[in-house]
Ligand binder design. Structure first.
Ligand code: URA
Length: 215
């Protein structure tokens, strides 16, 4: 049988109960090398859910999402776009850090489809608890997890789409229904790597303003 977090996700659990249960998740093999599960930050009352790829090296050690350099940039962009940090629930498509060792360094590896699918039951449970008005996929991995493997962030970023109708396997996300929207944008790490960081950053802020306009 394929790997899945489903047996670890308690039915009808609130966010605190989900976070506690996720700490013991062995739904795929990624738990073996990671320090800990990195679940989410934010409250069930948040109007925006942001989904990243997976925790990085710093997040893996601290146990919180987006606390490294990408998180610093994201928080600045959130403020510059006029969004309130209190209105944001932030999580990742995959809850364990995937990496390979190179000497003492741990080098990020992009999660593959089976790992993203295995971790999806956590995302579904989070959406059911938060019921956001806007969902923001940060980067290609999150966009593909939420919007399907043919979604291209570079071509389709910054466009508000109906949620959950646009979701990949929309029926799974139907609990989050209502009049929500979904939008994809660049991952903050891609902005840190960009040759023209200022332009890339301005693009992220513009996209987040589009998300803010849907609140
Ligand atoms: N990148 C992500 O996608 N998520 C994090 O939590 C940190 C960096």
């Amino acid at each position: 049988m394929s790997e899945s977090a489903a047996p670890f996700v308690p039915d009808g659990a609130d966010l605190d109960q989900l976070r506690a249960a996720a700490a013991a998740c062995k739904g795929c093999h990624l738990w073996e090398n990671a320090t800990q599960t990195v679940f989410s930050r934010g409250s069930a009352g948040a109007r925006v859910v942001m989904v990243g790829e997976q925790p990085g090296d710093v997040e893996d050690q601290r146990g919180e999402p987006f606390v490294g350099p990408a998180g610093v940039l994201l928080r600045r962009a959130v403020g510059d776009a006029g969004l309130s940090a209190d209105d944001i629930y932030i999580t990742n498509a995959v809850k364990h850090f995937k990496f390979r060792r190179q000497g003492k360094r741990r080098i990020h590896q992009t999660p593959d489809r089976t790992e993203i699918i295995a971790c999806r039951p956590w995302l579904l449970a989070e959406f059911a608890q938060v019921s956001p008005r806007v969902v923001v996929a940060l980067g290609a991995t999150a966009a593909q997890a939420l919007l399907g493997p043919s979604f291209r962030v570079t071509k389709q970023r910054g466009v508000l789409l109906p949620w959950p109708e646009s979701a990949y396997h929309a029926e799974d996300f139907a609990q989050a229904g209502g009049s929500a929207k979904v939008m994809a944008t660049l991952h903050p790490s891609a902005i840190l790597r960009a040759d023209d960081r200022d332009t890339a950053y301005a693009g992220l802020v513009d996209d987040l303003r589009v998300a803010a306009s849907a609140l």
